[in-house]
Design a protein around this ligand. Structure first.
Ligand code: ADP
Length: 560
């Protein structure tokens, strides 16, 4: 049996572990799926940011795309005066100036001998005439751009060979170093002044909006940021203010716009929000299922434990009852045998044997009554014979019957009741059992100085009977258990007292069947009071089930 129980629990525990494992895996894969969705979404956005910067770069090179096909040797030859500049180069420049991106275009020779600022004459393209003219009235940024390009070209002397190069002075200018790859020399510089306003407001800003979207559904906010001045130049969402804390990703521009970069914050996009919501929902359901499963497991375990202990107590009860029945029987048997044999003739001894037989029969009778009560409480179909009962009269005759019991147990009885009480409808034999059990307990669980109080209270709808003692009392935590079958408070006095934990279960059952209610009020070491209440006949639908009123003078008790 023990073996089977172990196997049963083992398989249950394994099953539970398997379910927990599977659930854990399930949760993990849901989580991983969500994370990979988030990651792939973010990766896609990052790729788009890189793509954006590349497109900006291409945008700058596009107007001068044909420069790379020019015969640089011929360009070099034509660079002795502004009027002589080669027609092909002029045509490309004419095309480039029509692009709003560039506001002015300058040309200069690599020679620095005759130039005060940059060491070369500076020629400006004049769109209406289609020619270059020498000028000295150029903006500072022109000389800055050329100075940067010259320095870079000197530094790149080994690298620049042999291909025409584009060098940016961030968002101010773009300079193309024209290189004759055959002669391995720079033949001139073309300098394009960038229209910053057009670049930001007509190109990069709108392109940002077009690429990344402007609504919350885009799941991203991108800012074009001048990090040198900490200035936001354009943003995809005007409702999302730029803060450093929010930046999730930074993308620089390759080779150009060194002072600027793109910064991005990933926000809740509806797709991801839905995926997160579904993850949370799944997690909640799985957690709920887990709690239910664990709860069921713990519940099963506890119930199995309780059933086992109940079965053990029942077995013990049967063994004890058999033993207790045998003891008076054997006394009766021996006494009866002695008398019937005619061995005892002496009147005094006959009297003694007779009283043995009487007392033991009484004990036996009481035990059988108890057993019948147990059987009755186990059988829900037992018919009870309710009658109109006058509690005062009933109690008086009951106490008279019990008088010798009280005397033999040295009980000080205190009775408090009105003489004329309204009637209640109960089965008197049940009331008898109820009182027997409650008074027995009051006596059993009191020490030497035994005081039993019986008080009847009439509140016009119910009659309550309070049976109290000054005994050991019951700790509050046990109040809700004492009416359970086979429950006994575990302490030294209870252990020394005979009982099977059935009395109060029977009392509660009988009280309930008779339409009444029972409750306990008790403080350890101060005694216990059991209150039973029955509806007054005719006051409350004639014997219907009653609910006890809360006694405000006493500590709140568990309703049984
Ligand atoms: P038992 O046969 O153990 O007396 P009961 O069902 O009558 O079984 O009582 C259940 C438990 O409640 C007892 O074991 C005892 O611990 C506690 N109890 C019942 N009545 C009293 C009382 N008047 N004073 C203290 N403890 C009590």
């Amino acid at each position: 049996m023990q073996h089977y129980r172990f196997v049963r629990w083992f398989f249950l525990a394994m099953g539970l572990a398997a379910v927990i494992g599977l659930t854990g895996m399930n949760v993990y894969s849901l989580y991983a799926l969500h994370e990979s969705k988030v990651q792939s979404y973010e990766e896609k956005q990052k790729q788009q940011m890189l793509e954006y910067t590349n497109q900006v770069r291409t945008r700058f090179r596009y107007p001068v795309r044909d420069l790379w096909q020019l015969d640089m040797e011929q360009v070099g030859v034509s660079m002795h005066s502004p009027e002589a500049v080669s027609r092909e180069l002029t045509a490309i420049v004419a095309d480039a100036i029509s692009d709003e991106l560039f506001s002015e275009i300058y040309l200069t020779t690599p020679d620095c001998a005759a130039c005060d600022l940059i060491g070369a004459p500076v020629w400006k393209y004049h769109p209406p005439s289609g020619f270059f003219f020498e000028t000295t009235e150029y903006k500072q940024l022109v000389s800055d751009g050329l100075a940067i390009t010259r320095t870079r070209m000197n530094a790149l002397i080994h690298e620049y060979r042999w291909s025409t190069r584009v060098i940016f002075d961030t968002q101010n200018s773009m300079t193309v170093a024209l290189i004759n790859s055959t002669e391995k020399e720079i033949v001139g510089y073309l300098l394009f002044v960038i229209d910053r306003d057009y670049l930001i407001n007509s190109y990069m800003g709108p392109k940002l909006a077009e690429t990344f979207g402007t609504g919350p559904e885009s799941g991203i906010t991108v800012w074009l940021h001048d990090w040198t001045k900490n200035e936001v130049l354009a943003a995809t969402r005007s409702d999302e203010p730029y803060t450093y804390q929010r930046v999730d990703f930074i993308q620089n521009f390759p080779d150009l716009l060194n002072d600027w970069n793109l910064k991005a914050a990933f926000t809740a996009n509806p797709d991801l929000a839905a995926s997160r919501a579904s993850l949370t929902r799944n997690l909640a359901v799985l957690a709920g299922a887990m709690i239910l499963l664990l709860g069921a497991f713990v519940f099963m375990f506890l119930t199995a434990q309780r059933e086992r202990s109940l079965a053990q107590r029942q077995a013990l009860f049967l063994a004890n009852v058999t033993h207790e029945l045998k003891t008076p029987l054997s006394v009766i048997l021996a006494a009866g045998e002695n008398i019937s044999d005619g061995r005892v003739t002496d009147t005094d001894r006959l009297k003694t044997y007779g009283s043995h037989i009487y007392n033991e029969s009484l004990r036996l009778h009481k035990m059988i009554d108890r057993l019948l009560d147990v059987a009755k409480s186990a059988n829900k179909n037992v018919i009870i014979q309710k009658r109109k009962t006058n509690l005062a009269a009933f109690l008086r005759s009951y106490l008279q019957m019990k008088q010798s019991y009280f005397e033999s147990h040295h009980v000080n009885l205190q009775l408090e009741m009105e003489d004329h009480l309204p009637e209640i409808v109960v089965d008197p034999s049940d009331l008898h059992s109820i009182l027997d059990n409650l008074i027995d307990n009051a006596v059993k669980y009191s020490l030497d100085d035994k005081l039993v109080g019986i008080r009847i209270i009439n509140d016009d709808s119910h009659i309550s009977m309070k049976i109290s003692d000054n005994g050991m009392g019951i700790p509050k935590k046990f109040h809700k258990f004492i009416f359970n079958k086979f429950f006994r408070v575990e302490d030294a006095l209870t252990a020394r007292t005979k009982g099977h934990g059935l009395g109060l279960a029977i009392v509660k059952d009988l009280v309930t069947r008779n339409g009444g209610d029972i409750r306990v009020d008790s403080t350890p070491d101060e005694g216990a009071t059991f209150t039973i209440a029955f509806p007054i006949d005719g006051a409350d639908g004639n014997g219907s089930k009653t609910k006890m009123k809360t006694n405000t003078n006493q500590p709140e008790s568990e309703h049984a």
